[in-house]
Design a binder for this molecule. Sequence first.
Ligand code: FAD
Length: 276
Amino acid sequence: MIPAAFEYVRANSVDGAVAALVEHGDEAKLLAGGHSLLPLMKLRLAFPSIVIDIGPIKELDFVREEGDEVVVGALTPHAELARNDVVRQQLPLLARAASLIGDPQVRHRGTIGGSLAHADPASDLPAVVLALGATLVAQGPDGRREIAAGDMFQGFLETALDEEELLTEIRLPKSAGRGWSYQKFTRRSQDWAIVAVAALIGGDLAPSVTLVNMGTRPVRAEAAEAALVAGESPSEAAAVAADGTEPPADLVASSEYRKHLAAVLTRRALEEAGSR
Ligand code: FAD
């Protein structure tokens, strides 16, 4: 449980972090809250020789409204997303999901940027930003680049970020007024989701239903979304929620059980979203 030896570098600015990434290349890893990276290092599943601590970049810890969007800095901790008034009013789905992550220590140290860059399909926030239609902003040596949430998650722990890029902010369309629900099924209250479902319906936009831990990355329940667009009931849409998915099997649940859960949780999510 002791990580391999590494050199520790503190970055005090976004430019400083990018410069360190350019200098050290694939030997380096960014450190945000450390609640995914450090366990991997202790298990020796990750062994960067340089760890670049971006925690000191306080300018990346913010929540602000910009027109029709809420913009969240990459270093905003989960606990702030859960309690921030703007997030609670304009993005209640995000606030609720953040409040269900791990335990208080995880929520106070872990950051939204770290969760999205880590891209664990069992994590809550990747599927939530996918449901919300977020745009992720990255900064690299060639400047700033926007990545649609739908393009960000490419496979198990794989994202569209380049090695020399830092995720700086997440831009989320306000969703106040739309029906929403986040249904997370766990063995114990502080566990990772066996399966979770994020639903956003109503308003002028198409319904959005996304799934946690139902594949190698967060996925849309496309068949359920299409059923809702076709005017089918929440139960009918939920029945096809797992169509086209390939959920993992592990010690906690079989693939078939996850498919069953996806249907049950999608029905609950659509019923709750419809009542809001
Ligand atoms: P770090 O661990 O610091 O970094 C994770 C990865 O992202 C690293 O590869 C790092 O280089 C990279 N990275 C970090 N920030 C950036 C950035 N700005 N730009 C580019 N790359 C970056 N998560 C859930 O969703 N649900 C849970 O229920 C849950 N339970 C947990 C329980 C425990 C006991 C623990 C330890 C963790 C749990 N987590 C859970 C994970 C937690 O949410 C992590 O905080 C999160 O996944 C990673 O955020 P971090 O800031 O700690 O990132």
